[in-house]
Design a protein around this ligand. Structure first.
Ligand code: 5GP
Length: 220
């Protein structure tokens, strides 16, 4: 939902719609470890759901349709995109990935928060639609560490590693488009920082005002 028509708090931020979840966006260059961080975050945080994207890429070994992704054909993906079914979508390394608008809305309406793990282009689309998000960029501690991690995964060819590093150079330059930054230097510390962002956002006056007003009424 766009924030234009809603009253704001003293901080100038629009009031949240009561009972509606928050939309978190997490982006990071491939190999930064964002999936591990977000998996931990979702496991440790009640009322926070990871969005399940649609993709035209083939399932990797160990991946399950409807769990890791909704795997669809390229034709089906393009038909969904043409029908406006995606909140955002992008071509990432030659495959199409997208977030279902209806699925996301359903979870937000139910009162749970949603985290989208999407690339920088997708994050821009969500923002340009005027959808309120809390955008978090996860960075590796350095180029060298990212390169070492990508090689350590040993699931990509040298050409694919070089392509991921090239894209990473463009993506890290976009960090200033985000609200928060987490450097993934050590997984426990980084996931604690990620979780602290979610908890702090939930504690904002824009979210807490209805609860606070209910408490204040018990005093009168
Ligand atoms: P992988 O193929 O390794 O699972 O994912 C490749 C990249 O696609 C990830 O870096 C991730 O950020 C991005 N991605 C996954 N799902 C989506 C999506 O729904 N939208 C966009 N824009 N990017 C996505």
């Amino acid at each position: 939902m766009s924030s234009e028509s809603r009253p704001s708090t003293g901080s100038g931020r629009p009031e949240r719609v009561e009972g509606r979840g928050l939309l978190f966006v997490v982006s990071a260059p491939s190999g930064t470890g964002k999936t591990t961080l977000v998996d931990r975050l979702v496991r440790q945080t009640p009322r926070l759901k990871m969005s399940r994207s649609y993709t035209s890429r083939a399932a990797r070994q160990g991946e399950t349709d409807g769990v890791d992704y909704n795997f669809v054909t390229r034709d089906r993906f393009e038909a969904m995109a043409a029908a406006g079914e995606f909140l955002e979508w992008a071509d990432v390394f030659g495959n199409l990935y997208g977030t279902s608008a209806v699925d996301t809305e359903r979870v937000l309406e139910s009162g749970s928060d949603v985290v989208l793990v999407i690339d920088v282009c997708g994050a821009r689309q969500v923002r340009h639609r005027g959808v309120e998000t809390i955008a978090i960029f996860v960075m590796p501690p350095s180029f060298e560490v990212l390169e070492r991690r990508l090689r350590g995964r040993s699931k990509d060819s040298e050409a694919a590693i070089q392509q991921r590093l090239r894209v990473a150079c463009q993506e890290v330059a976009a960090f200033a488009e985000y609200d928060f930054l987490v450097v993934n230097d050590e997984v426990t510390a980084a996931s604690d920082r990620l979780r602290s962002i979610v908890l702090a956002e939930r504690a904002r006056l824009t979210c807490m005002r209805p609860s606070a007003e209910r408490i204040v009424r018990t005093f009168s």
